[in-house]
Each structure stands twice: as C-alpha cells, then as structure tokens.
Design a protein around this ligand. Structure first.
Ligand code: FAD
Length: 514
C-alpha cells in the first residue's frame, strides 16, 4: 500500500479484520521510527495516527538533532552519549534533511558554565559522541567570540565555545521515516484514531479505530500493540486499564520566528537565560527562530498555544543578550508550541525532568513508550521492538536501521547532494524556478524532487513559477505523503506557515482555486 490520499479509503477497507505482527499507535517520530524498525526486520507492521502525521510534538520541536549539552549539567551521560552518537547516524541516513550546524555557546560571568567547565563539558560532549576531528569543539576568547558573533553584548562576556550540532525539519524527518517504511512494505494511515482495544481473554490482541475522515469504524488484530502516542500516551493507556505506577508529566515549549534582518545572527547561538535555563537562536534562510520555554502544562493536547507571556520571556532574554536588538511582539511572524511527553518525577521542576525514554507494559500486554527525544528515535524504536519480540517470543532479525537511507536520500555524502542541487537548477530553467526555490525543495524532498519536477513539466503554467511549484509539490504530497488537506501541506510538509508566512495566504488561494 502507498501513502496516496486517492486510495486511502479503499486501502482502509482492505485492512479491516486483518492481522498484523505489530500495530503502532501514533504517527509522530517515535511511532514512525518503530514502524521502520519493525518493517526493516521483516515484520508486518501497521501504524495509525489520529490526526496528521507529526501533528503532535514532532512538528513543534527546536528541530535539532543534538546530544543535549545541558543534560551534562544533570549528569545524564547515558542520554548525551546515546543521542550524541545518533547525530552522525541520522545525518547519514537523511543527508538532504539533517545538516551540520555550528553552534556558539557564549560564556558569561555567573553563567551556567564558566570558561573551564564549558571547555570540559564540550570536550566530554565531543568525547561521548565520538565526534570527528574536523567537528571538535573550539574554545574562543572574548575577542574571537565577538568576531564570530558581533551582535553579542560584550559586557560580562568571557569567551565562547564553538561546537557542532545538526539542524533538521522534524515533521519532514517523521514523514521521510514513514515513507521509507511504506516503501519497504509497511502500512500507515493518518486521521485514524485508536478508540479501543480488543482482547482474547485478558490479553490485548487488537484495536478498534475510527476513520475520522469518513466516520467509520474498523477492527484490526496483531500479536503486539505499541502505544507511541506522545503526550496522549496516558490517554491511550487508560483505554486499556486505569493507570497505576509511572505517568506522564507534560511541559510546554514555544518558539518564535522573526525576519533574519530583525536579528541578523552570523552564527546559531545557545545562550543562558536570566533564570538559569538556555535558549537557542537559529538563523534559517531569511528568518531566525528562537526557543524554547519549559513550563508545566495542563490543557488541550492538540492545540497548545504560544501566549503573550511566552513571547515576552523570549524577547526579554534576547534583548539582554544581543546588541541593538529591538524586536517587539509585532515583529514576531509566526510561533509554535509543543508538549514534551516526559515521565513524572516527584518534586522536580520542568527543566529538571529527565529526557530519557521509558517503556511500560500493562497486565494485558499493551506496550507503551514515552519520554525521549527526536534525536533518539532510532534507538528508542530498536529498544521497544527488541522488548516486544522477546515478550511475544517472535523471531526476527536484529534492527536494520543504522545504515538504512531514508526516502529521498540517495547520496553518499553532502558534496554529492550539493552537486545534485546544481544539476536540478540547470534542469528547471525551463520552468523558471529560482535557484533558492530549488534549494528549498531539495532540502525537503531530496532525490524525490525529481517526481515534483516531472509533475511540473506536465502542467502548462511555466510563466507562473510560484503557482507551478506549489501545485506540483502539493500533488506530490497527496500522492506520496498522505496529505489530506491544505493544512497538512502548508504546516507540516512544506513548513510554509512557520518559515514563509508572507506567502501563506497566496499559497492557500492557489490551492483553493486550483
Ligand atoms: P508526538 O509527535 O506527539 O506523536 C504522538 C502522536 O500520537 C500524535 O501525532 C498524536 O496525534 C497521535 N495519537 C494520540 N492519540 C492517538 C490515538 N488514540 N490513536 C492514534 N494516534 C494517536 N528533541 C530533539 O531531539 N531535538 C530538539 O531540538 C527538540 N526540541 C524540542 C522542543 C520542544 C519545545 C519540545 C516540546 C520537544 C522537543 N524535543 C526535541 C523532543 C521531541 O520533539 C519529542 O521527544 C518527540 O517529538 C516526541 O515524539 P512522539 O512521536 O513521541 O510524540
């Protein structure tokens, strides 16, 4: 089966009452990773997502593949090591989507880290992640730090550390993982909510789902059922049994986007806040995004919002760190807010809660996984599938995902990817697409941009480049990425809502009037 929205209803009818090895609940990065891991081992796996793929936390993160430098402060060496090592793996798996990003850590008087502790922390960070020689940390004095980032306020600045992280697009990473699994024989549906469980005596052996587009119910059986519903993990657990023991603790984090000219950073920066936390400011094309916050959350799980006080907090910290930074609330072009599905620990405040993942198994055999990070999705998947196989005594090969290239990545290295972009710029001259438009598309779809170009060549609108791109990209997303409506495309597949809000209305009009 494919992720083609045209065949979706038919495909759903076909799987009614069928049996799989594994059912996965939740189409965020955790569920996506589990689907791919299971499929790569030869298991028959299916995933159900209640909303759009990545509509939960997995489209609302800081979009970094990182080891989490600040977790060193909490002595979480295991997390830093595991996620640190994963950075290079995920980069190789998705060369078009995961890019090295130099990060500046300014060192200030009375800051989180002093000169010696910052140098040591960054050394440990590189050591744990086995960073290559050319990506090892470099410590800077004050003058060197200001040369690298002249916008930093010099007062109280002692120096800086320059180290490597990786930048990605979280929602696109999720969809590429799901697409790869589907290309390898998995099945995945968005807008299908798991509403109950089926049992054989007291053992869970299936689910009931509601197709939210057609309001129809289906039953599907499986040997193993994995709940990867992120912030909804406890809600899904409650469909099985009342919860006892560990439970989730949700914290909210927001990001704001401004024009690059409002904060023209030369360098992505990770800086101290006045209340002892840390914030990222990351340039991306002609915008800069800033985040995040970390506050306890109770409320609507699907639509957490960035409030005025969240914006005030981020702006206050920007103003105290960067020269001539005059950004006001009205300069904020877009925002997003996400929920961290963390594991509750008595007496800890949001920033102190561990980011490690945990697996819970209910008496009836429902396996739930929560916590963790975008960066750790592949290892989390491997772990939970290993556990499920053992529990059910199912034989399968070990995880195959470490060297498995994701859909769109046919490249051996970054240089080959850059050469590919140059080639596409030549090919698209007849379509009148600009170089920057092609670069953006290639970073989203990798080699699959060829399919978008093919669609564009069949359209007869070569004198309207924006219209031609949007229509071709949308068509591709409907045929290969399960897009059901304009929001799926504008928010999660293309990121236009957040990073190109100036064209959002025009894009919507093109798609409504097409
Ligand atoms: P989700 O993405 O929320 O997916 C769960 C899915 O389950 C949802 O799509 C939901 O619709 C679906 N679902 C719920 N109930 C049902 C049901 N009954 N039936 C079917 N489907 C259902 N990590 C990093 O590595 N790097 C970062 O830079 C980073 N930054 C972050 C910044 C913020 C502000 C936040 C909040 C988190 C950040 N993280 C980061 C952590 C990372 O984003 C999360 O760990 C990860 O996205 C969680 O993914 P998930 O799949 O578990 O949850």
């Amino acid at each position: 089966m494919q992720l083609n929205s045209l065949y979706r209803n038919n495909d759903l009818e076909k799987i009614n009452h069928s049996t799989f090895d594994i059912i996965i609940i939740g189409g965020g990065i955790t569920g996506a990773g589990i689907l791919l891991d299971a499929t790569s081992r030869g298991l028959k796996a299916i995933l159900f997502e209640a909303h759009d793929f990545a509509q939960g936390t997995s489209s609302r993160s800081t979009k970094l593949i990182h080891g989490g430098l600040r977790y060193l402060k909490q002595f979480e060496f295991k997390i830093v090591r595991e996620t640190g090592l994963e950075r290079a793996v995920i980069h190789n798996n998705a060369i078009h989507l995961v890019h090295p990003e130099k990060m500046l850590l300014p060192i200030v008087k009375n800051g989180t880290l002093g000169k010696t502790s910052a140098s040591l922390a960054l050394w440990v960070y590189d050591f744990l992640a086995k960073v290559q020689k050319n990506e090892k940390r470099r410590m800077l004095n004050k003058a060197e730090t200001l040369l690298i980032e002249p916008l930093l306020i010099g007062e109280n600045l002692l120096g800086g550390g320059l180290y490597y992280e990786y930048r990605t697009d979280d929602a696109r990473l999720t969809i590429e993982v799901i697409k790869t699994a589907v290309e390898k024989g998995a099945t995945a549906f968005n807008y299908t909510e798991v509403s109950g469980f089926l049992y054989d005596k007291s053992e869970i052996n299936g689910i009931e789902i509601i197709d939210k587009i057609n309001n129809k119910k289906f039953n599907i059986n499986a040997k193993t059922i994995i709940n990867a519903a992120g912030p909804w993990v406890d809600n899904v657990r409650k469909l099985d049994k009342p919860i006892n023991g560990k439970r989730l603790h949700l914290t909210k984090g927001v990001h704001i986007v401004v024009n690059y000219s409002a904060l023209p950073l030369q360098q992505s920066t990770y800086f101290d806040t006045e209340d002892g936390r840390m914030i990222f400011a990351i340039p991306r094309l002609d915008k800069t995004y800033i985040g995040t916050t970390d506050t306890n959350y109770i409320g609507d799980l699907l639509n957490p919002v960035c409030t005025d006080s969240d914006i005030d907090y981020l702006l206050k910290n920007l103003h105290s760190k960067f020269k001539n930074c005059n950004i006001k609330k009205q300069d904020v072009l877009s925002t997003w807010a996400g929920l961290r599905p963390l594991i509750h620990e008595d007496g800890k405040n949001p920033s102190e809660l561990s980011r490690k993942d945990e697996i819970f198994i209910s008496e009836s055999g429902l396996i739930s996984i929560a916590g963790g990070k975008l960066t750790g999705y592949r290892k989390m998947a491997e772990k939970v599938i290993d556990k499920s196989l053992k529990l059910r005594n199912i034989k399968a090969t070990p995880s195959q995902t470490k060297y498995l290239k994701l859909s769109g990545n046919t490249f051996e290295n970054r240089n080959e990817f850059l050469r590919f972009i140059t080639l596409k710029c030549g090919e698209c001259k007849q379509l009148h697409w600009s170089e920057s438009q092609i670069v953006k598309l290639a970073h989203k779809y990798g080699k699959n941009i060829d399919l978008i170009i093919d669609i564009a060549f069949t359209q007869n609108i070569r004198n309207e480049p924006l219209r031609s791109i949007i229509l071709a990209e949308y068509e591709y997303c409907k045929n290969y990425e399960g897009v059901q409506n304009i929001d799926d495309y504008v928010i999660r597949r293309s990121g236009i809502k957040y990073f190109e809000p100036e064209i959002e209305n025009e894009v919507r009009e093109i798609l409504i009037g097409k």
